[in-house]
Design a protein around this ligand. Structure first.
Ligand code: AHR
Length: 502
């Protein structure tokens, strides 16, 4: 099959916010304990953090990390996770029916986060708690000193304020599973009053309100509208969450890949709702989107509300093992999100380690890259600068829900300072190679190839495991011909690719 991609230097979507390459660390299963943190592990540093996982996290190139939840956040008492380790309480975690030892808390996490060079996105508990605890927690984290809460932090050995800029006002407050779920009016009022107090404590912070916990929630749209009707003035972002599934009644790869378009629709519909709230107020303010949970997640979902017996510590939960098909979808989702860079400013792949994560670990043993690690790492490495509008001409197929879809998904990001252009390409045709012509108008006469990689495997179900950690990995993409502003390449069937020119 043949396809064409055209971009023009002057046709800009908007600058890419590097916070699009965020991840998520929740106190859930083995994400924290035996994930990022395992004091007895041979690679652990003096603070107990696994350096093999730290190294892979840096290689992943994540720019931001959301913490401490998730559903966990709605029952979390932040005071439990600070101060001397031997005095920290052990609690029941009602979100995941586990036992939480609180050995990792705010200060440990922040020192890990700084070591990794990532920006934190913290959350406050608007389930069991509210505005008062949120303002106290913020004072503990961000106030320089001279007050009870900030001096408490200093007495815990953290002299300089953490300066955490980005905060989530609760998590998935519309979900029946959520600890102390709220109605949109209850939550909207609480988000307003909590946000008001938090911005009084530290005017430099940015706040994300909870949107619906999924596009297919029955109250989607109404929830966003009602919530923002209350808290529009105080918040900066609205959250979106999306987990991609393969429903048993439609397990085809083509429908799986069509979720790229359904998620594009989710973003565009949410922009419409938040802008309608602005329109009613005659407001020029634009609420941006924080897509702060997204990934493939459909296999490791067991039991109603994940209920398990015995209140285990750090059980194996949500340990999805990813295959090639999943990696291609993740690569395609990234192209789609990049193409919405004018409104999506923050995004978090959920999560980082073991729990629906790009990195897996064996307790006491090795850590390895899941298949989805690769498109994320390559995109995070190469996507810098201005997103250009990708105009696609490609054959395609008709999806029952999404209609006519092109086989080709693409995004193009150009960095003026370095002169580099990164082109991200997914060929969704499962059988046929794609002969692609790319026109790079106005990007400077003679382009030359800097780097090209492809992710492809004969078996779409192939996975990386402890025994075979590198079965699926990118390989150089050969055969690219560039003449002036025109680039020609053949993309293998079912492949995700990145090409960097200059
Ligand atoms: O990421 C796993 C869980 O999915 C999060 O805790 C919750 O916010 C979502 O439902």
């Amino acid at each position: 099959i043949e396809a064409h991609l055209t971009v023009d230097r002057d046709f800009e979507i908007g600058p890419l916010d590097r916070r699009l390459f965020g991840v998520f660390v929740e106190h859930l299963g083995r994400c924290v304990y035996t994930g990022i943190y395992e004091p007895d592990h041979p690679t652990a540093d003096a603070d107990g953090f696994r350096q093999d996982v730290a190294g892979l996290t840096r290689e992943l190139g994540a720019t931001l990390v959301r913490y401490p939840g998730g559903n966990f956040m709605s029952g979390y008492d932040w005071e439990d996770g600070v101060g001397p380790h031997d005095q920290r309480p052990t609690r029941l975690d009602l979100a995941w029916f586990s036992t939480e030892t609180n050995q990792v808390g705010t200060n440990e996490f922040m020192s890990w986060c700084k070591q990794q060079g990532m920006e934190p996105m913290f959350g406050v508990n608007l389930g069991t708690r509210g505005a008062d605890e949120a303002r106290q927690y913020l004072e503990y984290c961000n106030h320089p000193g001279g007050t009870t809460r900030s001096e408490l932090r200093r007495s815990h050995g953290v002299d300089a304020p953490h300066a955490i800029k980005l905060w989530c006002l609760g998590n998935e407050m519309d979900g029946p599973w959520q600890i102390c779920r709220k109605t949109p009016d209850e939550y909207g009022r609480l988000a307003l009053e909590t946000g008001k107090l938090m911005k009084m404590v530290d005017a430099s912070i940015e706040l994300a309100a909870c949107g619906s916990s999924a596009y297919d929630m029955p109250s989607y749209g109404v929830w966003e509208d009602r919530v923002l009707e209350h808290c529009f003035e105080v918040v900066d972002y609205l959250s979106l969450h999306s987990y991609f599934v393969k429903p048993p009644n439609d397990p085809s790869t083509a429908s799986f890949f069509a979720q790229i378009e359904s998620n594009a629709r989710y973003i565009e519909a949410t922009v419409a709702v938040v802008d309608a709230v602005a329109a009613r107020r005659h407001s020029a303010k634009r609420i941006m989107l924080s897509f702060d949970e997204w990934n493939v997640w459909y296999r490791a979902r067991h039991g109603e509300h994940m209920k398990q017996e015995g209140w285990p510590q750090a059980p194996s939960l949500l340990e999805e093992v990813y295959n090639v098909e999943d990696a291609l979808l993740i690569g395609g989702m990234l192209t789609m999100m990049i193409n919405h860079a004018d409104r999506v400013k923050v995004a978090c792949l959920a999560q980082l380690v073991n729990v629906i994560g790009p990195i897996m670990t064996a307790p006491g043993g090795p850590a390895w890259r899941q298949t989805i690690f690769h498109p994320f790492a390559l995109t995070a490495r190469h996507a810098h600068g201005m997103v250009l509008r990708a105009v696609i001409r490609s054959p395609g197929w008709t999806d029952a829900k999404q209609g006519e879809l092109p086989y080709l998904c693409a995004s193009v990001v150009h960095e003026a300072a370095s002169g580099k252009t990164a082109i991200f390409l997914l060929n969704r045709n499962l059988e046929q190679e794609m002969a692609l012509t790319v026109n790079l108008r106005g990007l400077g006469g003679e382009q030359r190839l800097i780097e090209a990689q492809q992710l492809q495997h004969a078996d779409l179900q192939a996975c990386n495991t402890e025994a075979e950690p590198d079965k699926v990995r990118p390989a150089p993409l050969a055969g690219i011909v560039i003449e002036g502003e025109t680039l020609r390449v053949r993309l293998q069937a079912a492949s995700w690719n990145v090409i960097v020119t200059k």
